[in-house]
Design a protein around this ligand. Structure first.
Ligand code: PLP
Length: 805
C-alpha cells in the first residue's frame, strides 16, 4: 500500500515540480500528496452530488460567517482512509509526516468556538452520510496572527493565501450578483398587487470557491462553499479608455474586494459596522440565490414546496438577513404574495443562539440598513409590523412588552428577534443555556412560541480531536475495546470495564507521558523554556474574555508563587500552567490580562527559589493546530467561566476526550460532563448560575470586603498595583480598578477561595496515580456523548428531518 503511494508521490513530484524525492522540500511533498488526495476525492464528490440529485434528497445548508477548519491534509487523509499508509510512505521517503502537514497554513476563518463548531458539524454531516453543506465567506485575511512582544499581544495580518490553497476550486459558472444601495420603485400591477423594482444599485459579484468535505470512510463528500467578492467590471476593458475612469474603477474594485477582505477579529461585540453588515448580506444573498437555483434544477416542484427539500440553519444571528432575503426573492422575483412567501420562509429557517451576553446580541441602526439595503429594510419593517400587531391582538398580557419584543425598536433592528420570529426552530447549545434562554433572556418569546425552543448540546468531532490529534491514545483504545468506537463513539463507554485494571492504566499513563514529552519538546524549541514532563500540565486555552476568567487562573498562580517564596521548602507537586488565548484587538482589559500572564511567566520561570516547581507558558497564536498539540498533553482542563456566562464550551469536551480532568464551574456543558462522570471524576467549584444571576439582580456583592479581609487577595491585588508585577510600570491598574472600583463584575474574588481549595484537592488526587488514571479513563469513556456525530444526529432527526444517503 505504502509502496504504491510512494510511486504516486514520485510521479506527482515530477509532474508538478520536475523534481525527484531527494531534491524535494516538505512543501513539495505536501502539494504532491494534496493533489493525490484531491484526485481521489473528486470522484466521490461527483458521485455524492449525483446521488443527492437523483434521489432528490432534502439538504441542509449551514450558514455561518465563520468556519474555523484548521488544516485539511491530515484530516482528509484520515477520513479518506489513507492516513496510516501516507505516514508510512512519508517516513520511508525520509520525511517527518508532521513537518509535511505543517506546511499547510491554518484556514483560520473564524474566531473561536462558534466557527470551530461549524467545522466539526460539517465533518459529522459528511461522516454520517447526511446531505449537508456549509456556506461562508472566503476572507482573504483570517483571524489575525498573534505575536507576543515584550509580553504584549501584537496583531499581524493573517495572509493565509500566500501559497496556493490546494483544497479550493473556483466555480465561476455559479457566480451571482449582489445588490446594495439604490432606490426601490413600486408599481401597481393590474390585479392590484404591488411590484418592486430596484434602480441604481451597486452591484457586486459573489464567486464561489468550493472545498470538499470528506466523510469518514463512507464515500460521501459534501461541500463547503465560500463566497469571494469581486467587481463585475474586473474583465471590462472599457476601463482602459480613460485614466480617470481607470482609477475610479480601481478604487471601486478595492472597496468591493474589501467585502471578503477580513474576518472581524471580535467575537463578542461588533465594531467597524457597515462593512460587517455588507459582509452579512453578501453571504446570505449569494447563498439564498444559490440554494433556490439548485432547488429549481434538482426538483421540478413549485417553490411553495421549498421546505420539503431545503432547510437552512443560521449559526447565530449573523446570517439572519437570509430571512428577509428569501422573502424578497419569493415576492419580488417569483411573484409570491406576502402570506405565501411567509409560509414558505418560516418553514425553512432554524436559528442557533450562541450567547446571552448582552453586548454580543447584534443590533443595527435602522438608518444603516435602510440606506445599504432599502428593500430588505422594507421587508423587515413589515415583518415587524405584523409581529407586533399579532402580539397586540392575540397576547394582551404582553402588550406592555412590545418595545422589548419588537424587531425594530428605538431606531435599531434586533437580529435575534428577527431570527426567532422568522424561524421554526430556536436552539440553545447546552441544557443550562437553553434553560436560561427560556426562563430569562427570551422568556416572552418562549411564551409566544413555546414549540420553537429546543436544546442541542454542542459537540466535537472525535476524528480530528482524538484519532488525528492523539493517535497513540486512539490506538490504545482500539487495542483495549476494539475499533467499533470509531464509527460509534458512544461505545467508548466500554472502557469503563477496564478502568481499574492497573496494568492497563499504566499504558494510558505511558501515552499521556509521551504526549507531554512531545509538547515539552515543542515548548523548548519554540519558547526556549524547559518544562518538567512529570509536572501537572494545567491548561487553559480559549479566547481571552473577562467572563472566561483567565484572571482567576493567574491569581492562583501568583498565590502559589507567593507561597513558595514564603516557604521555599514546602512540598508541592510541580505544575506547568499553559495558556493560549487571543484577545480582540480593541479589548483593552483582555490585553492587560495577556500582559499579566506573560509578566508573571517572566518572573516565575526564572526565579531560583521556585526550584522549577512552577512554570507558566503562554503559547503564541492559539489556533486549531496549536490546540491539536496541547490537548493530548493536558492533565487539567480549566473551564472556569463565571457561571451562566459560557453558553456551552467545546474546549472542555476536547480535553475530556483526551483524558484531562475538568476543573471548572457549573456552567455550560461542564454541567453535562458532571451529569455523566459525577463529582468524583472532576473538580467543581464556585458560585452556581442561579447564585450569580441572583447577585446581578441585587447589584453584585461587596468585592472590597474580600480585599479587606482576605490577606491572600489583598497581597495579590497590591502586587498588581504597586508590587513586583507592577513595579516598572502601571500596566495593571485597570485590572485592579475593575475589580475594586467596578465591583468585580465576574466574581473573580468571590470564587477565589473555593478555586484554591479545589486546586489543592486536584493536586492531592494527582499524587494518587491509580485513582487519577481511573478518573481520566472514566472521562474518556463518557466523552463519546460529546462527539458531534451525536449532536448532528439530533439536529438531523429533530430539526432538519433529513434522510441519510
Ligand atoms: C475548540 C476551540 C475553541 C473553543 O474553546 P472554548 O474553550 O470552548 O472557548 C476556540 N478556539 C479554537 C482554536 C478551538 O479549537
Amino acid at each position: 500500500m505504502a509502496d504504491a503511494l510512494k510511486e504516486k508521490i514520485l510521479r506527482q513530484l515530477i509532474a508538478d515540480k520536475g523534481r525527484e524525492v531527494k531534491e524535494a522540500t516538505p512543501k513539495d511533498i505536501y502539494y504532491a500528496l494534496a493533489s493525490i488526495v484531491n484526485e481521489e476525492v473528486k470522484q466521490q464528490w461527483f458521485r455524492t452530488r449525483k446521488y443527492y440529485k437523483d434521489e432528490k434528497l432534502k439538504e441542509v445548508y449551514y450558514l455561518s460567517m465563520e468556519f474555523l477548519i484548521g488544516r485539511l491534509l491530515e484530516s482528509n487523509l484520515l477520513n479518506y482512509g489513507m492516513l496510516d499508509e501516507a505516514k508510512t510512505a512519508l517516513e520511508q521517503m525520509g520525511f517527518n509526516p508532521q513537518e509535511v502537514f505543517a506546511e499547510e497554513h491554518d484556514a483560520g476563518l473564524g474566531n473561536g468556538g462558534l466557527g470551530r463548531l461549524a467545522a466539526c458539524f460539517l465533518d459529522s454531516l459528511a461522516s454520517l452520510n447526511y446531505p449537508g453543506h456549509g456556506f461562508g465567506i472566503r476572507y482573504r485575511y483570517g483571524l489575525f496572527e498573534q505575536r507576543i512582544i515584550h509580553g504584549n499581544q501584537v496583531e499581524l495580518p493573517d495572509y493565509w493565501l500566500t501559497d496556493p490553497y490546494p483544497w479550493e476550486s473556483r466555480t465561476e459558472e455559479e457566480a451571482v450578483v449582489i445588490q446594495f444601495h439604490g432606490d426601490v420603485h413600486m408599481y401597481k400591477r393590474n390585479d392590484g398587487t404591488l411590484e418592486f423594482e430596484y434602480k441604481n444599485t451597486d452591484k457586486v459579484m459573489a464567486v464561489p470557491y468550493d472545498i470538499p468535505v470528506v466523510g469518514y470512510e463512507n464515500g460521501t463528500v459534501n461541500t463547503l462553499r465560500l463566497w469571494s467578492a469581486e467587481s463585475i467590471f474586473s474583465n471590462n476593458s472599457d476601463r482602459l479608455e480613460g485614466n480617470k475612469q481607470f482609477y475610479r474603477d480601481l478604487a471601486h474594485e478595492h472597496s468591493i474586494e474589501q467585502i471578503s477582505g477580513f474576518l472581524y477579529p471580535d467575537d463578542s461585540s461588533y465594531e467597524g459596522k457597515e462593512l460587517r453588515l455588507k459582509q452579512q448580506y453578501f453571504l446570505v444573498s449569494a447563498s439564498i440565490q444559490n440554494i433556490l437555483k439548485h432547488f429549481k434544477t434538482n426538483n421540478r416542484m413549485s417553490l411553495s414546496k421549498l421546505a420539503e427539500k431545503v432547510v437552512i440553519q443560521i449559526n447565530d444571528t449573523h446570517p439572519s438577513l437570509a430571512i428577509p432575503e428569501l422573502m424578497r426573492i419569493l415576492m419580488d422575483e417569483e411573484g409570491f404574495s406576502w402570506e405565501n412567501a411567509w409560509q414558505v420562509t418560516t418553514k425553512v429557517f432554524a436559528y442557533t443562539n450562541h450567547t446571552t451576553l448582552s453586548e454580543a446580541l447584534e443590533t443595527w441602526p435602522t438608518d444603516m440598513i435602510k440606506s445599504l439595503l432599502p428593500r430588505i429594510f422594507m421587508i423587515i419593517d413589515e415583518i415587524n409590523n405584523r409581529f407586533c400587531q399579532g402580539i397586540w391582538f392575540d397576547h394582551e398580557e404582553l402588550r406592555d412588552k412590545i418595545p422589548e419584543l419588537a424587531i425594530i425598536a428605538y431606531e435599531r433592528v434586533h437580529m435575534a428577534r428577527l431570527a426567532i420570529v422568522g424561524s421554526f426552530s430556536v436552539n440553545g447549545v447546552a441544557k443550562i443555556h437553553t434553560e436560561i434562554l427560556k426562563k430569562k433572556e427570551m422568556k416572552d418569546f418562549y411564551t409566544l412560541f413555546p414549540d420553537k425552543f429546543n436544546n442541542k448540546t454542542n459537540g466535537i468531532t472525535h476524528r480530528r480531536w482524538l484519532m488525528q490529534a492523539n493517535p497513540k491514545l486512539a490506538e490504545l483504545i482500539t487495542d483495549v475495546i476494539g475499533p467499533q468506537w470509531i464509527k460509534r463513539p458512544k461505545q467508548l463507554i466500554s472502557l469503563l470495564k477496564h478502568s481499574s485494571d492497573s496494568a492497563l492504566l499504566e499504558k494510558f499513563n505511558q501515552v499521556k507521558h509521551e504526549n507531554k514529552r512531545e509538547l515539552a519538546n515543542y515548548i523548548k524549541q519554540h519558547i526556549g523554556i524547559t518544562v518538567d514532563e512529570r509536572s501537572i500540565f494545567d491548561v487553559q486555552i480559549k479566547r481571552l474574555h473577562e467572563y472566561k476568567r483567565q484572571l482567576l487562573n493567574v491569581f492562583h498562580i501568583i498565590y502559589l508563587y507567593n507561597e513558595l517564596k514564603e516557604n521555599p521548602n514546602q512540598d508541592m507537586t510541580p505544575r506547568t500552567f499553559i495558556f493560549g488565548a487571543k484577545a480582540a484587538p480593541s479589548y483593552h482589559l483582555a490585553k492587560e490580562v495577556i500582559k499579566l500572564i506573560n509578566t508573571v511567566a517572566s518572573i516565575v520561570n526564572y526565579d531560583p527559589s521556585v526550584k522549577d516547581r512552577l512554570k507558566v507558558i503562554f503559547m503564541e497564536n492559539y489556533n486549531v493546530s496549536i490546540a491539536e498539540k496541547i490537548i493530548p498533553a493536558a492533565d487539567i482542563s480549566e473551564q472556569i467561566s463565571t457561571a451562566s456566562k459560557e453558553a456551552s464550551g467545546t474546549g472542555n469536551m476536547k480535553m475530556m476526550m483526551n483524558g484531562a480532568l475538568t476543573l471548572g464551574t457549573m456552567d455550560g456543558a461542564n454541567i453535562e460532563i458532571n451529569d455523566l462522570v459525577g463529582d468524583r471524576n472532576m473538580f467543581i467549584f464556585g458560585l452556581s448560575a442561579d447564585e450569580v444571576l441572583e447577585y446581578y439582580q441585587h447589584g453584585g456583592y461587596h468585592a472590597r470586603d474580600l480585599y479587606n479581609t482576605d490577606d491572600r487577595i489583598k497581597r495579590i491585588l497590591d502586587q498588581l498595583n504597586q508590587g513586583e508585577f507592577g513595579v516598572h510600570n502601571i500596566e495593571f491598574k485597570d485590572i485592579y480598578y475593575n475589580i475594586l472600583y467596578h465591583n468585580d463584575p465576574y466574581f473573580v474574588l468571590k470564587d477565589f477561595e473555593p478555586y484554591l481549595e479545589t486546586h489543592e484537592l486536584a493536586e492531592r488526587a494527582y499524587r494518587d496515580r491509580m485513582t487519577w488514571l481511573n478518573m481520566s479513563v472514566t472521562n474518556i469513556a463518557y466523552s463519546g456523548k460529546f462527539s458531534s456525530d451525536q449532536t448532528i444526529q439530533e439536529y438531523a432527526t429533530e430539526i432538519w428531518k433529513l434522510k441519510r444517503k
